[in-house]
Write a protein that binds this ligand. Structure first.
Ligand code: FES
Ligand SMILES: [Fe+2]
Length: 370
């Protein structure tokens, strides 16, 4: 960990953070979005292609080493066909470039150049392979996997632990539509854990302007997550489906867990039901991906243990869309679009901004570690 002096970054601080994020896992797509065609994605200003080769999900730069064509225009070949000159099969699935048919294997090595039958393939005929993983129904990519390379990657932070709810017994999980905002991923994450804006941005839904006081709460930073419990009154609690319309509810504490650097789990404890005497859960999981320093993509799941009828799904998704429509203009208006990791650049209020201060300290450390 760094000396406190390092927390006061110069103007290049955000640029260093952008660079440091290459050493962190980020989601690039939902697993179910990836069919049998290559999928172009963007991460930290890099154009990438994600493709299933056999039972492995791979990721390469979206650029053929021959003439710079986008590999995402190509297709997958199962490698079973002999070369035109009869020199054998590749023997494993390959990504074939759409321009001249070069075949890339799962390591990013060119295994066939159809126009030069039988001749040896140059050593430089390869592209980088990035580290990939799947978790929480998402495909995660690590651009800089450290000395072990993509086969033995090491990242600054682990992929978020979602075992308490993802595919857990008794949970129904629905997808909230993926969306892009014109702000940094860190601004988006900070907005998600900022509860003191509820009365102002979400009046009558998540907060009440006559009750703007932030409850006391303790923020716990264990180096991998920043978490806190907060108990709020919800004016429109009925959207959760557990109380009648019009009933205001003082909720039990909701646990917010910010998985460094750019994901959050919100786990709200709701009253027990006959099926779940220990209490019910309403979970929102957000994983924000830095497309660039000033643009992010948010992947969101909503899980619940009550009212498991699929007919309730659309209402819950619509509720999230309403909240997001209110948050978006606020987050996109913030300047700079990046989150200033120098704490002196914005005015923080002890109490409601405690989690945000802890978050910015961790991001400053991440940037300083470059
Ligand atoms: S540009 Fe890809 S094979 Fe020629
Ligand atoms: Fe909000």
């Amino acid at each position: 960990m760094t000396n406190p002096v390092d927390l006061h970054l110069d103007v290049g601080g955000e640029a260093r953070l952008h660079e440091s994020l290459r050493r962190c896992w980020h989601p690039v797509a939902r697993v179910d979005e990836l069919e049998d065609r290559p999928l172009p994605v963007t991460l930290l200003d890099e154009l990438l292609v994600v493709v299933r080769l056999g039972d492995e999900i791979t990721c390469f730069p979206d650029l053929c080493v021959h003439r710079g064509t986008a590999l995402s225009l190509g297709w997958v070949d199962d490698g079973s066909r002999p070369a035109p000159d009869g020199s054998g099969t590749v023997g494993e699935p390959c990504l074939v470039c759409a321009y001249h048919g070069w075949s890339y294997d799962r390591r990013g090595v060119v295994r066939r150049i159809p126009a030069v039958h039988g001749r040896s393939i140059p050593n430089r005929a390869r592209v980088a392979r990035y580290a990939t993983a799947t978790a929480a129904g998402l495909i995660w990519v690590l651009l800089d996997p450290g000395p072990g390379g993509w086969e033995d990657p090491s990242a600054t932070y682990p992929i978020p632990d979602v075992s308490s709810w993802w595919q857990a017994p008794g949970y129904r999980t629905i997808q909230i539509e993926t969306y892009d905002w014109a702000c940094s991923a860190a601004r988006r994450v900070e907005n998600f854990v900022d509860f003191s804006h509820f009365p102002w941005v979400h009046p009558g839904i998540l907060g009440d302007r006559s009750k703007p006081l932030s409850p006391e709460h303790e923020v716990i930073d264990d180096g991998v997550t920043i978490s806190f419990d907060i108990a709020l009154e919800e004016p429109q609690a009925s959207v959760k489906g557990d109380v009648a319309p019009g009933v205001k509810v003082q909720r039990d504490p909701t646990t917010y867990t910010l998985h460094l650097p750019l994901s959050v789990t919100l786990d709200q404890l709701l009253p027990p039901s006959a099926e779940r005497l220990s209490g019910n859960h309403f979970v929102l999981f957000l994983a924000a991906a830095p497309l660039s320093a000033k643009r992010c993509r948010s992947f969101t799941w909503n899980a619940r243990t009550y009212n498991l009828d699929p007919a309730a799904d659309a209402g819950l998704a619509a509720f999230q869309a309403t909240i997001l429509d209110q948050d978006r203009p606020i987050a996109e208006s913030q300047r700079p679009e990046e989150l200033p990791v120098d704490l002196s650049q914005e005015l923080h209020i002890a109490g409601p901004d405690r989690a945000s201060i802890a978050y910015r300290r961790r991001l400053a450390e991440l940037a300083a570690a470059i």
